[in-house]
Design a binder for this molecule. Structure first.
Ligand code: H79
Length: 440
């Protein structure tokens, strides 16, 4: 037979699992994209610039000096990190990841490695990252940092990879890495307490050798989770689908879908295509049902406040989570191959199993089919109330008869307890070659 795995290998596997445990349970994080781009907010020389708000410098080819002028009016006097963290908490968010420096190269923290930072350049003059870190610590919120390592349109040499339109951007990419990116990573990992997640972005021109420049720093924080965008041959801990939900999840990898609430990460004054609260809640559920995390973005305005549509949506999500969060936190993927009426999340309950049935589309005849479910059903209860539902066996599974339940427009959750581990007989065509399956 196979040789037994060495003790050290087993021990390492356990440490790895524990390291990711809080993250896997969390399921819901908040991304914050904030920077100088929130000042032009999508408008340059009276023209609406199409595309992402945080890309305006690149999209409009704004000269470095002109762009740096925006910092002179970046004065977020209404910035109150206590309110931000409170709003995140109330929405059910378990961790925050904020842009410490995006592609425009502007550091939102006090940096000795580059003068292009909030303390040096703005009338505000305060380290907003420190303020947020202090507040997160106070309110028991985990904090992670986004840092654009390979796309920097302001610090000389940093734009070598990401396009060039101003002589001021000239320089050696390696010098930029050595003099700005590596020292700044040291600063953000050293000066703000625990960093739960380090979020690299866009590994353009990041060779193995260049990625290795960051390795000694990152190695000092073995509990910090890193994403897969550093470059070189570094895989990181988590996959990062951007703006989409993988149909079958990502078997064998931790993953986190990051997504905007409208069509931009950084604030734009003319972007009103907001996803509905229902869509955002169902996305969170969909992602949990496939075993991933949802990193939902907010783009604050330059005055330091969240745009009203964001505040509204966070509150709506919070209202739903207040009643239903146990169907999200600590759950794992659905045991079903395909469910037509919604999504399912799973949690072990001792020897038994809880299935959270998220009903998106209420069955017209009130009969909710659990396709191919073989286990004995011990109970079926509305999560938000005391209503119990009866079940019966049918040819292709089991059916719950839904009666008199208060429906939730976002997702009505039924807490189903079944005996033992889920046993689901396939009632639809076979799984993909890797054992995953299409859920929708
Ligand atoms: O920070 C957010 C994005 O700004 C960043 N990743 C997320 C988390 C990101 N950087 N690069 N990309 C995403 C891919 C680039 C996409 C585009 Fe474009 C930017 C499409 C439209 C604007 C670059 C410029 C490609 C076409 C025009």
């Amino acid at each position: 037979g196979d040789p037994k795995p060495k003790k050290a290998t087993v021990k390492k596997a356990i440490i790895e699992t524990n390291r990711m445990a809080w993250w896997s349970k969390a399921r819901f994080g908040m991304f914050i994209h904030w920077g100088v781009y929130s000042v032009p907010a999508g408008v340059y020389q009276d023209k609406k610039i199409p595309g992402l708000g945080e890309w305006i410098m690149h999209e409009a080819k704004i000269p470095v000096d002109t762009y740096q002028g925006y910092a002179k009016t970046f004065n977020p006097t209404k910035y109150n990190p206590a309110e931000w963290v409170k709003a995140a908490k109330a929405a059910g968010v378990k961790y925050i990841v904020i842009t410490t420096k995006h592609h425009d190269g502007f550091a939102l923290f006090d940096s000795k490695a580059s003068d292009w930072n909030i303390v040096k350049q703005t009338p505000y003059g305060k380290d907003v990252i420190k303020m947020l870190a202090d507040e997160c610590r106070k309110q028991g919120m985990k904090l992670g940092f986004y840092y654009s390592q390979a796309n920097d349109w302001s610090n000389p040499g940093g734009a070598a990879a990401g396009g060039h339109w101003d002589k001021k951007q000239d320089g050696s990419f390696d010098d930029y890495l050595d003099k700005v990116a590596v020292p700044q990573i040291k600063e953000i990992l050293t000066n703000y307490g625990d960093v739960c997640e380090l979020w690299w972005d866009v590994p353009t021109d990041m060779t193995k050798e260049r990625a290795a420049k960051f390795a000694p720093l990152v190695k000092q924080y073995p509990n910090m989770i890193t994403n897969n965008r550093l470059g070189g041959d570094v895989q990181g801990d988590i996959e990062t689908p951007e703006q989409y939900i993988p149909a079958t999840g990502i078997p064998g990898r931790f993953w986190e879908t990051c997504m905007t609430m409208n069509d931009t990460w950084g604030y734009k004054m003319h972007d009103e295509r907001w996803k509905s609260s229902q869509t955002l809640i169902r996305n969170l559920v969909d992602i949990a049902s496939k075993g991933g995390n949802y990193l939902l973005n907010v783009g604050p305005k330059s005055d330091g406040t969240f745009p009203e549509p964001i505040t509204q949506r966070l509150a709506d999500i919070g209202t739903w989570m207040k009643v239903n969060s146990e169907s999200v936190y600590g759950t794992t993927a659905s045991p079903f191959r395909k469910i037509s009426w919604g999504r399912v999340t799973t949690k072990a309950a001792g020897a038994n199993t809880t299935l959270y049935l998220h009903v998106f589309d209420w069955p017209a005849n009130g009969e909710l089919l659990l396709p191919g479910l073989d286990n004995q059903i011990l109970s079926a209860k509305l999560l938000s109330g005391s209503t119990m539902f009866k079940s019966k066996k049918v040819a292709d599974g089991q059916v719950l008869t839904l009666t008199g339940a208060a429906r939730d427009v976002n997702s009505t959750v039924i807490k189903l307890t079944i005996k033992g581990k889920p046993q689901v007989t396939a009632v639809i065509p076979s799984a993909n070659a890797d054992g995953s399956f299409v859920l929708s």
